[in-house]
Design a protein around this ligand. Structure first.
Ligand code: ATP
Length: 230
């Protein structure tokens, strides 16, 4: 589903490359944690999947297509197949919970009838039924992240990418978010999640790919945050 083939990425200017000869193959339906110190290249790897940045060398494939070679007009279609979730939620502050989720469907031209049907069902999936009329700042951090996940998933993307989704949340709330991501993964959605959060990686015991200065130093089928665990 996602394949990195000898991928390197050097940003302009001096300094070592952000990614250095990275090869990773992720099958459909896998749940993969990307771990590593700050600056090890995790976010860069995620941005290559959505073509927010391009490799300096090597190839990135998503669903068999080489991302860097897609025509510009095909990039929106690629991004529609990939839901994204971030540490800082990125909700639209002046729209309600329902409107935030609906907006993701409006921008891709889904009919109103479908939006009216799918949005409440998705809010129920993330346990936010009854909160559709609230504004984001009337919700807890964990609830805001659930809205962001609902928005990312409402279109049933093949892939969900999450960059530090529990970074602003306490451990109990984080465990709930991970539980939700686990359920989404069970629907067949491939999940790639960059994190520093030891406890969630240890809790889930999923595949762990560790980066160190842009190189893969560990790729374990079922692991914990630290290499000695699992
Ligand atoms: N737009 C950019 N321009 C120049 N250098 C960048 C850019 N984005 C990232 N870098 C550099 O690339 C390296 C990898 O950064 P990246 O954000 O991918 O790491 P990360 O593992 O996600 O870190 P963090 O956990 O702190 O988010 C760092 O040295 C960073 O300074």
């Amino acid at each position: 589903m996602i394949r990195f083939e000898k991928v390197s990425k050097a940003y302009p200017g001096p300094g070592k490359p952000a990614l250095d000869n990275v090869s990773v193959d992720i099958e459909k339906g896998e749940f993969v944690f990307l771990v590593g110190a700050s600056g090890s290249g995790k976010s860069t790897a995620l941005r290559l999947v959505t073509r927010e940045t391009r490799p300096t060398a090597g190839r990135v494939y998503v669903a068999g297509k080489e991302v860097n070679r897609l025509a510009g007009w095909k990039v929106p279609r690629l991004r529609r197949q990939i839901g994204t979730v971030f540490q800082d939620f990125r909700l639209l502050p002046n729209k309600t919970v329902s409107e935030n989720v609906a907006f993701a469907l409006q921008v891709i031209g889904k009919p109103k009838s479908e939006i009216r049907r799918v949005v409440p069902a998705t809010l129920e999936l993330v346990d936010l039924q009854g909160k559709g009329d609230r504004l984001p700042d009337e919700l807890s951090g964990g609830e805001q992240q659930r809205v962001a996940i609902a928005r990312a998933f409402v279109n049933r993307p093949m892939i969900l990418i999450a960059d530090e989704p529990t970074g602003n949340l306490d451990p109990t709330t984080s465990a709930g978010i991970m539980n939700l991501l686990g359920r989404i993964n069970e629907t067949g959605t491939t999940i790639l999640m960059a994190t520093h959060d030891e406890s969630v990686v240890d809790q889930m015991q999923k595949r762990v790919v560790e980066l160190d200065h842009g190189r893969v130093t560990r790729d374990e089928a079922r692991g914990g945050y630290g290499s000695q665990v699992g």
